[in-house]
Design a protein around this ligand. Structure first.
Ligand code: ZN
Length: 219
């Protein structure tokens, strides 16, 4: 009788230990950092399920298709605290809707764009500014030619892709999406540096203008 009880308790102890170990392994298992490459032009498909999840869409485009653009949108929409965007041209209305929906969710958004492109017809910078999003552009003589975004300061989206419809649907472009800290960190630093240099209160200074012209890239 005692032997049966001891065996029973031992079996119970072993199964509890195994369950506990499995729980600990799941809890503390290191998540693999996200690394992804996206190529464009993207297949054209409906993205309303990402932008307006509660409203059914009956448009003629294919639905439920995973494309480079839908993946880009998902990454942008994954922001929970901040989005820092540094992009030469921003005229894509779907990406604008994504940024505006982040704004509604309380995500802090900073946008750096090229001063000449901001004024071009179709630029979405106007709607962003109207929504209260802070947009800055440098006052230097060179192009602000970057195309990168930082999601929550920990996910980098960078490549040749401007945030335009032509770039998404017609051009051959690439994007690297990564959470590698060694790659993300310099972009965070560079964004903050450019953000400070593009402060309207500072761009009046000749010294700042000179530094921008000396350090910024040109195509
Ligand atoms: Zn649709």
């Amino acid at each position: 009788m005692w032997t049966v009880k001891v065996v029973g308790v031992s079996v119970l102890a072993v199964s509890v230990t195994v369950e506990l170990l499995n729980w600990l392994r799941r809890r503390y298992k290191k998540r693999k950092p996200l690394n992804e490459v996206l190529f464009f032009p993207s297949e054209v498909a409906c993205v309303e399920h990402l932008l307006s999840p509660s409203a059914p869409c009956y448009c003629a485009l294919p639905h439920g298709v995973d494309t480079s653009f839908s993946r880009l949108l998902r990454h942008v929409l994954s922001a929970s605290s901040s989005l820092d965007l540094c992009v030469f041209a921003f005229s894509n209305t779907d990406l604008c809707r994504a940024v505006l929906s982040l704004r509604k969710r309380g995500v802090v958004i900073r946008v750096l764009s090229d001063k000449d492109y901001i004024a071009i017809n179709g630029s979405q910078i106007g709607p962003l500014r109207k929504a209260g999003i802070c947009v800055r552009s440098d006052g230097g003589a060179v192009y602000m030619h970057h195309k990168f975004a930082l999601v929550d300061g920990s996910l980098l989206i960078s490549g040749s892709l401007n945030w335009t419809l032509t770039a998404v649907q017609a051009n051959m472009e690439n994007l690297i999406v990564t959470m590698e800290p060694e790659l993300v960190r310099p972009f965070v630093q560079e964004f903050n540096r450019l953000w400070e240099l593009s402060d309207p209160a500072r761009t009046l200074s000749n010294g700042v203008q000179t530094e921008l012209e000396r350090t910024a890239g040109h195509d």
